[in-house]
Each structure stands twice: as C-alpha cells, then as structure tokens.
Design a protein around this ligand. Structure first.
Ligand code: TRP
Length: 449
C-alpha cells in the first residue's frame, strides 16, 4: 500500500508531465521534418490511437492493481511463475538509461536559456556555435548536467506528493501557457499556412517503412510507455479513478502539445525559408537563428521557448527516476534519500560518459561501430528496450493476469465493445506490431516498402 497518493488532478498533471517532454517539443518536430511531414503525422496519430492508448491502459492497470514498484507489481499479479515475471519489472531501469542522455540534453537547454539574449544572426553561425559547444565545451555541459541532476534528485527525494505532484502543479500550467502564447503568435506569420500544409497534407508517396517504424517508436517514447514510469505513478493513484478516461486525457494533452509545438516551430522556420529537415539541431540551430530576426522580441521568444522546453524536460525527468527509486525503497528498504542518491548517482555518472562521447577529445574512444556512446544509449532504449517493455506488458495483461480482474475493472469504464477492441489490440495487434519494430531495428528482418 502506498501511503502518499496523488490527488486526481495531481495524477493527470504528473502523468501528462511525464508524457510531455523533449519528445514533444524537440524530437517530434524534427522527425516530422525528416520523414516528410503530413503522412508521417498521420501514421503517428494512428499509432497513438491504436497502439499507444492500448498499452497506456495496460500499464496503468498493472500499477493500479499492483500498488507497488514495478518488480513487486509483476510478482504480485502473476498467478504463477512469479519468480520469472518479476524480472519484467526491471524495465524500471530503462528509465535511468534514458535519463543519462535526457539530462545532458536538458543541460543544453539550460545553456540556451542563458544564450537567449545573444542569438546568432544566421544559421551558419548558429550551427558552428552549437557544434563547438557540444564538441569542446565540456565544463559548461558538465556544470549544467550537474545542475539538472541536483534539481531532479531534490524533487524526487521529497516523494510523490510534496515533490513530483507539486512540481507538475506549477510547471505544467506555465509550460502550456507559454507554448500556447508562442503558438498564437505564430498564427500571424505568413509561414503558418505553409506549416499547416506541411504537417497536414497527407502525401503518402513520401511514406516508407522506416517512417512507420519511427512513428511507432516515437508514439511509445512520447507517452512515456514501456519502462514502468506510468506504472509506478499509477501505483499511487486515488482509488476509483477511471483509468480509461484518464488515459484519454493524458494522450490528448500529449498530442495537442506536440501538434502545437510542431505547427509553431515550422511556422517560424518557413517564415524565413528554412528547410524543415534540420535533424536534432532543429531547436538548437535553426530556431535561435530565426528568432534573431525578430530583434528584442526574438530574445523574449527564445527565452520563453527554452524555459518551456526545460520545464517539459524536468517534469519528464522525474518520472524516469522515480521507478528505480521506488524499487530500491520497497525491495531493499532503503530510505528515500538513499534510494534517490543511488539511482541518481547511476544516471549522473553514465550521463557524464554520454556527454563526453559527443566531444572532440573523447568522442573517438567512446565510439563503437556506427554510433557513439550517447547515440547507442538513445538507440538501445528507444528502439529496443521500450518496445520490449511494451510487448511484455501487453502479454502480461492480455494473457497472464486473470481476465476477470481486468474485465471487472475496465469493462464498466469502457463499455463492452471498446473493451473487446482493446483486448484484441492488446493480445494481437500490439505484440505483432512491436515485434516488427524490434526485429527490424536489430536487423533480423528488414522491412522495405
Ligand atoms: N515522454 C517523454 C518525452 O516525450 C520522455 C519520457 C519520460 C519517457 N518518461 C518516459 C519515455 C518513460 C519513455 C518512458 O520526452
């Protein structure tokens, strides 16, 4: 039994805070750019609706019924083979791995908050500033990674209510407010109609198998699925919460914020004739250069944009840490302080290695095969561990937990038609679709169309 529980609003804010992150504002726009716009957005929305919501409900259910850290929840709910199923709960540690590079990127954002008042005047300058920062400025990156680490642990150490719920209670409204402000401003730009066209012209010729797999992977990442973040939060949910309705709210908030951010960013981009596909550097390179065109107002735009991005990152980061903290508290009877320092220390140190992997001096030694250490962690977690976590949860809820328990809880909330569609999707569609993603990423099969 968890003692401190979220309030109903607190849970929705915390889960949405977990979902809305760098994935929405940094990654979604640039992969939309890379994979050609509208058709990609369309596939992404379909995946969110059919795969994302299905697993989100399953993940919330495990937490809600298990009322414990992920390892204990799997162990409790498995009718037999408890000793085997408990290992599925170790997906909690995927969060620490994601946090290693997530924290470094939030550090870059902090740096850009301070740089909002001296924006580079063109794309070339912006690009070289960003590259020099990444490849040579170890001290600044390390300082910000450390600050981010300190902020995250000081929140998580206060626990679910006084730490995580409170953080989200403040940051989520501010972040939404800023983004809507930037969005409304972008409506006045000539670039806005092009942005709308780019994101919603469903031109399927551009669509290929790679884009579909990326869309599935991102649907996972953006709703925080597959590593027990939402599961751990759901262990502290108020009883009688309507899981189905709550899951729809979370997905709606997450999707709206991604679309608003994408529309606004592309409007700025197109206003000055920039190309949409600038890759990961989109918000760090193209955007500062474009904001500089707006004079002092551009500085304010940049400042508020990077602050909202930092807020989005922090509310997600705490959700990446909490699952392993809960694990150490429950299973080893550590105090929250000790558990937080232990989990935090792990991601902090590995994060330093990830940070060094992008630098000129250390990059060579930290590159293995086609990718450096930073990119490997991103790849292994997003392309492999998260979908694997999703497959495990789908099988667990779809086949292993007693069906009566699942049905008696969810059917009254969903109605029997939707419940049956959900169960079908969980049992058949999700495991098959995710297996394709994993096998393709591992190079076992190669999808090409
Ligand atoms: N959803 C967040 C984003 O879009 C990242 C994130 C937070 C996450 N918690 C997670 C991703 C758990 C996967 C699993 O940036």
């Amino acid at each position: 039994m968890r003692i401190a529980k979220f309030t109903r609003l607190g849970f929705i804010l915390a889960a949405s805070g977990s979902a809305v992150g760098l994935g929405n504002i940094w990654k979604f726009p640039y992969i939309t750019g890379e994979y050609g716009g509208g058709a990609f957005v369309f596939v992404y929305l379909i995946t969110i609706a059919f795969i994302g919501i299905t697993i989100l409900i399953a993940e919330m259910l495990i937490g809600y019924l298990g009322e414990a850290n992920s390892v204990t929840s799997f162990e409790k709910l498995a009718p037999k083979n408890k000793k085997v199923w408990k290992y599925a709960g170790f997906m909690a540690f995927t969060g620490l791995m994601i946090l290693t590079f997530y924290s470094v990127v939030i550090g870059w954002i902090f740096n850009y908050i301070f740089k909002s008042f001296s924006l580079p005047s063109n794309i070339e300058m912006a690009e070289s500033e960003f590259n020099i920062f990444l490849s040579t400025d170890i001290t600044t990156q390390l300082a910000f990674h450390t600050i981010v680490f300190l902020i995250i642990i000081s929140i998580v150490v206060k626990g679910i209510k006084a730490g995580i719920e409170k953080l989200n209670l403040y940051l989520m409204p501010i972040l939404t407010f800023i983004l809507i402000g930037i969005f409304l401003y972008s409506l006045n730009l000539d670039g806005f109609s092009k942005s709308l066209e780019f994101m919603f012209n469903f031109n399927f010729e551009k669509l290929n198998s790679q884009a579909i797999l990326v869309a599935v992977g991102h649907a996972f990442f953006t709703i925080s699925l597959g590593m027990a973040a939402i599961m751990t939060y759901s262990a502290s949910i108020a009883k009688h919460t309507n899981i189905f309705r709550t899951s729809l709210v979370i997905v709606l908030v997450d999707t709206l914020i991604a679309l608003i951010a994408g529309l606004a960013l592309f409007a700025f981009l197109f206003e000055f004739g920039s190309e949409p596909s600038k890759g990961p550097g989109l918000v760090f390179i193209s955007l500062p250069a474009i904001f500089s065109e707006f004079g002092i107002f551009g500085n304010i735009l940049a400042l508020s944009f990077f602050i909202s991005l930092a807020f989005a990152g922090l509310t997600s980061a705490v959700s990446l840490l909490e699952p392993s903290v809960q694990y150490f508290i429950d299973r080893f009877k550590h105090s929250r302080l000790k558990a937080t320092l232990l989990s935090g220390g792990i991601f902090y140190i590995i994060g330093i290695i990830a940070l060094l992997a992008n630098t000129k001096n250390f990059g060579g030694n930290l590159t293995f095969g086609s990718k450096n250490f930073f990119d490997w962690i991103d790849f292994i977690t997003t392309a492999f561990l998260l979908p694997l976590g999703g497959i495990l949860m789908a099988i667990f809820v779809g086949y292993i937990i007693q069906k009566d328990r699942v049905k008696s809880l969810l059917e009254p909330q969903m109605g029997s038609l939707i419940f049956n569609i959900w169960l079908f999707s969980l049992r058949y569609i999700v495991p098959i679709a995710l297996s394709f993603v994993v096998l393709n990423e591992l190079g076992v099969i190669s999808l090409n169309f």
